[in-house]
Design a protein around this ligand. Sequence first.
Ligand SMILES: [Zn+2]
Length: 182
Amino acid sequence: MSQLEEILEYNQKFVEEKAYVPYEAGGRPAKKMTIVTCMDCRLVELLPKALNIKNGDAVMVKCAGGMVEGSYGSTMKSILVSLYELGSEAVYVIGHTGCGMHGLEAEKMIQDMKDRGVGEEVFTALESDGIDLNMWLGGFQSVEAQVQKSVSIIKNHPLLPEGTPVYGLVIDPKTGALKPVN
Ligand SMILES: [Zn+2]
């Protein structure tokens, strides 16, 4: 049985047995909070549990490193939608120790792409389109500094509702311990 078939089989039972009932919630975050964090698989259950967040409590925006890159990228757009359209009133940027984006070298990933069959001509074409892969794929050197940078982009955004608190934190992906970043 393929993974997809297993998922679909499980899912059918899940719905039939009404296993969804404990997770029923409205579409607006009950705790009026937006969390921006990393896609790291260790945080899938641990982060909500460690913050006492239940289904329906918070809007969760996830991406590699939980990095807010640029004022008009998809992460920033999600934050604004959450604040204006979903009733969120605060933003929490939560980086984590041991992040895959920490020290990520774009050069290695580009080499991996080449090793897996992406042709030289693709890189040449991207370069002539003005796409800087080294910049785009690069990670960060300090999780605290990256959180501060993301917080600063959000706080200084011209479209941020006035008075919105924006907090920076780092979570331990093993224990769930949180440390505020100032
Ligand atoms: Zn991460």
